[in-house]
Design a protein around this ligand. Structure first.
Ligand code: C2O
Ligand code: CU
Length: 480
């Protein structure tokens, strides 16, 4: 078993267990040599305070909250078909939970306090156990006071490996985060303020990759790198350009897409989203290339430099190896019989919303603001995770959501428990209809998404700008 002191590595113990029929079916795709039953991987997560050199370069270390003493927390990695058991031991001194973002698992394992489980009290524990149904890049984070708990560093990545991974030279994760720090490199205490809540959220002043302010990323000419981008920021949207390179997108939110170049060469990663790239390191030995963020075109910044060593190219460019991932098995929406839902996001600074239903009563915007609320979904400003469902969905039936962003702010809208196909944006069909769990909606946009409601339970639908959630931008879908 894992000991309390083993921080990073999964337990080497891989125990057999009695598999359910579903797990057996999944495992049948990936027979491990010499094993008849699927294995299980055990992890222990310990949320607690820790002090880490986030900024480095002569700056003081930063007091954080994180899993197992590191930011990001331990990488949790299983093969498709393997079972995962994660024991959480809460040493944070306050309530928490762990939500498995993008993993289509049973409702009781979803980690939403008051909706799917009781919060894990200080000093208490909880065991999450499930078999991830999809290969891909996912992540985990608390779902209690999420603005503050994520904003102080509580998150980590979950990777579910494909039965036959694509051939690349390196498989690299870049967890992108954005921090609001003081001059002394301390986490700024300005959590829960209404300005962030009613504007763009807690935008920070310090961007990290894998918990460090980056400078260079060492590469070798000709190598093919699978680069898994995960945006764990509270509010910052990244728009990345790899100067001198032509990355191919191979998966979005963990789900494979036909490899393609990002529009205009810009890789957009909104809060909670994942983008898997394959990058052909086509630069010359000993060269240097910038990765630029240009979300705000007036203020682009250099995220990191790709720095080539002197070694001769590992392969001839351009990239010619097949990099298409096999699709996961998701139920295909049947649009002909879909139940339709119209969803309107309203509120925020400079918005048109004048009132909303708060705690069951029509409430004027001033009164809402006085109570910390700034947003509504279908006229309701949510106050807690447990609430009257916005819609009740028949299990197994296709649901088509038409979502309109009637605000002047972007919102990455996330649905728990499902991936949906993105069908259209502003009336125009979307190429490939990708499966997503979080769709970025720019100001004024309308999208249509569809999914089969095959997973019973109460599921959150919310903006992943975490300050917006706390100010009312969430709803519940009930699948029965
Ligand atoms: Cu990352 Cu409620 O989600
Ligand atoms: Cu939002």
């Amino acid at each position: 078993m894992t000991t309390r002191h083993s921080h990073f590595a999964p337990s080497p113990t891989r125990r057999r267990f009695i598999a359910g029929a579903g797990a057996m079916a999944a495992f049948a795709l990936t027979p491990a040599p010499g094993t008849a039953a699927p294995s299980r991987r055990d992890y222990r997560l310990i949320p607690a305070a820790a002090t880490l050199p986030l900024v480095g370069a002569g700056q003081p270390p930063t007091a954080l909250w994180c899993f197992n003493g590191s930011v990001p927390g331990p990488e949790i990695r299983v093969r498709l078909g393997e079972r995962l058991r994660v024991a959480v031991d809460n040493r944070l001194g306050r309530d928490t939970t762990v939500h498995w973002h993008g993993l289509r698992i049973a409702n009781a394992m979803d980690g939403v306090p008051g909706l799917t489980q009781k919060p894990i009290a200080a000093g208490a524990g909880f065991v999450y156990e499930f078999t991830p149904p999809d290969a891909g890049t996912f992540w985990y984070h608390p779902h209690v006071a999420t603005s503050e708990q994520l904003g102080r560093g509580l998150y980590g990545v979950v990777i579910v490996d494909e039965p036959s991974p694509i051939a690349v030279d390196r498989d690299v994760v870049w967890v992108l985060d954005d921090w609001r720090l003081t001059r002394e490199a301390a986490v700024h205490e300005s959590f829960g303020n209404l300005r962030d809540a009613s504007h763009a959220g807690r935008i920070g002043n310090t961007v990290t990759i894998n918990g460090r302010v980056p400078d260079t990323f060492a590469v070798r000419a000709g190598e093919h790198v699978r680069l898994r981008l995960v945006n764990t920021a509270n509010a910052r949207i990244f728009t990345l350009t790899f100067e001198g390179h032509a990355p191919q997108i191979i998966a979005l939110d963990g789900q494979p897409v036909a490899p393609h170049a990002p529009e205009g060469g810009r890789v957009v990663v909104a809060p909670a989203q994942r983008v898997d790239l394959v990058v052909d390191m086509a630069g010359d030995p000993d060269s240097r290339h910038r990765v630029i963020d240009s979300r705000d075109p007036r203020r682009p910044f250099r995220l990191v430099d790709l720095v080539y060593d002197r070694a001769p190219p590992l392969h001839a460019s351009p990239l010619d190896a097949p990099v298409r991932l096999a699709a996961n098995r998701l139920p295909e929406p049947d649009l002909a019989t879909a139940r339709r839902h119209d969803i309107v996001l309203a509120g925020g600074a400079m918005g048109r919303m004048r009132s909303a239903i708060l705690d069951g009563a029509r409430t004027d915007i001033r009164e809402m603001v006085a109570r910390g609320k700034a947003w509504s979904i279908n006229d309701v400003a949510a106050h807690a995770m447990a609430m009257t469902p916005l819609a009740t969905m028949q299990r197994g039936r296709t649901q088509l959501l038409r979502i309109r962003n009637d605000t002047v702010w972007p919102h990455p809208m996330h649905l728990h428990g499902f991936h949906f196909r993105l069908l259209s944006r502003n009336g125009a069909p979307v190429a490939q209809r990708p499966w997503l769990d979080t769709v970025l909606m720019e100001r004024g946009e309308t999208v249509e998404v569809a999914f089969v409601a095959d997973n019973p339970g109460d599921w959150l639908f919310h903006c992943h700008v975490l300050e917006h959630v706390e100010a009312g931008m969430l709803a519940v879908f009930r699948v029965t």
